[in-house]
Design a protein around this ligand. Structure first.
Ligand code: GDP
Length: 443
């Protein structure tokens, strides 16, 4: 994980988008889920990394001015493997730059310094001055015009490890990998403790298990789960004071979701679901993990308040009505069995495969009931459907021309798939393909 940090409004998001676009074919976003994207899987000289735009987190800081850039930088250094620190190449240094640079000098994590807007006349004027911060190298770039990005990518590739750790590959694929995500204080650590506390065979580093040291194996009867990044969640307590409190949940989620089959989004029901919860849920949907929502701290609420909290959460998380939602109390240990059983169900749906024969029988009905509308007078034909992948279930719909499939018809198809086959707890992907044109992905 590599974060782009720097003062607000100097071009962090522009750089983020440029680097992301160079690396990936961005999948079409589902409206409402990811209006603005703050992380992306990227490649630099063939090495994969996750790039994070911390600028996107700014609005969610409790008080951006007091938390300031120092909080951002501290958090990024804490949570990431390296940072790209951006200066405004066309302007003099500010006290905030000095403050951030001081923190960066103290870290042993790799830092890449870039001076953005280096294509401007004024840039040359300030170039030397910026070296006063004491870095060895300052890469002049123009995020807007894409200048200097090749060199930046070289540097990124240099700080990435040559090979990703292979430990994970050895893990038993059948054990569900659970990421517990949510805003700080939602009760994630408490829930983990509760789950593990009731499980007397808690194993962290039992010889012979290949669980990452940051993860924890949970055994319940004959069932096993890997709770991902429990170390990170517990560590959160110490980082909270560093500022950027709201962003913490996002960092943790991005890191954990990468390796997860299913996400448990914990929400402080007493406080109520908020935009930030939707954002974290959106990350899970985007990643394609299964999702279970736990409205925690139900012990603080009356039955009526709980009902209101559920309605409100459904409202805020309206883009994933398929995710099961339960109320829990990590404090009193209520809802933990239900939580595990929802996880089991969601994981099963996430891994479910429908045979091509069954799919096509079903699609024949679906299309007959409501044929795809013609588009600009061109007839739309759907030839066949197949499930290409599981985790999440991914369907390929072969059409004469995928561009002719109207958005509302794509919606109809997804709804029909859910109505018929369930898929409770998992996002779905439906990719429309035509022989001549590029694939077009829709969820
Ligand atoms: P995390 O930041 O998401 O890991 O949250 P913690 O597990 O650290 O919990 C934050 C605070 O909420 C702590 O003071 C917990 O004791 C409290 N808490 C957690 N779960 C519950 C719950 O179900 N009910 C109540 N009343 N408090 C809870």
């Amino acid at each position: 994980m590599i974060a782009i940090v720097g003062r607000p409004n100097i071009g962090k998001s522009t750089l983020f988008n440029k680097l992301a676009r160079r690396s990936i074919a961005v999948v079409e976003d589902e409206p409402g889920v990811t209006r603005d994207r703050h992380y992306a899987d990227c490649w630099a000289l063939g090495k994969e990394f996750t790039l994070i735009d911390t600028g996107g987190f700014d609005p969610f800081d409790e008080d951006p001015r007091s938390a300031g850039i120092a909080g951002q930088v501290k958090l990024a250094l804490e949570e990431c493997d390296g940072v790209i620190f951006m200066l405004d190449g066309s302007a003099p240094l500010t006290p905030a730059d000095h403050e951030a640079a001081k923190l960066l000098r103290e870290t042993d994590k790799p830092v890449i310094y870039v001076a953005n807007k280096s294509d401007s006349e004024r840039a040359a004027h300030h170039a030397l001055e910026h070296y006063a911060l004491g870095m060895d190298e300052l890469i002049p770039i123009s995020a807007l015009h894409g200048r200097g990005l090749g060199k930046l990518e070289d540097r990124i590739a240099e700080i990435l490890p040559d090979e990703m750790p292979s430990e994970e590959d050895e893990l038993d694929e059948s054990i569900p990998r659970v990421a517990i995500i949510g805003r700080p204080n939602a009760g994630k650590s408490s829930m983990i403790n509760r789950l593990l506390g009731e499980d007397r065979q808690l194993v962290d580093d039992r010889p012979g298990t290949t669980v990452d040291s940051v993860d924890t194996l949970l055994e319940r009867g004959d069932k096993r789960y890997v709770l991902i990044d429990t170390a990170g969640i517990r560590r959160q307590r110490n980082v909270r004071k560093a500022g950027g409190v709201e962003a913490l949940g996002v960092y943790q989620a991005i890191r954990a979701l990468d390796r997860a089959d299913v996400a448990v989004l914990m929400i402080d029901a007493y406080e109520g679901a908020a935009e930030q919860d939707a954002k974290i849920a959106g990350l899970a949907v985007e990643r394609g993990t299964a999702l279970v929502i736990a409205l925690n701290k139900s012990d603080l609420m009356s039955a009526e308040q709980r009902k209101k909290a559920i309605d409100h959460a459904r409202d805020v998380l309206s883009f994933c009505p398929w995710a099961p939602l339960i109320t829990t109390s990590a404090l009193e240990g209520r809802g933990t069995n239900q939580l595990l059983s929802r996880i089991d169900d969601a994981v099963a749906e996430h891994r479910k495969r429908i045979s091509t024969a069954e799919l096509n029988r079903f699609f024949a009905e679906v299309i007959e009931r409501r044929p795809p509308p013609t588009f600009k007078n061109k007839p739309v034909r759907i030839y066949y459907v197949t499930q290409a992948r599981t985790r999440p279930p991914t369907f390929i719909v072969m059409a004469n021309d995928s561009k002719l499939i109207h958005f509302s018809y794509a919606r109809y198809i997804v709804n029909q798939l859910r109505q018929r086959f369930g898929f409770q707890g998992t996002p779905l992907r439906v990719i429309y393909r035509s022989k001549s044109t590029r694939a077009r992905a829709r969820r």
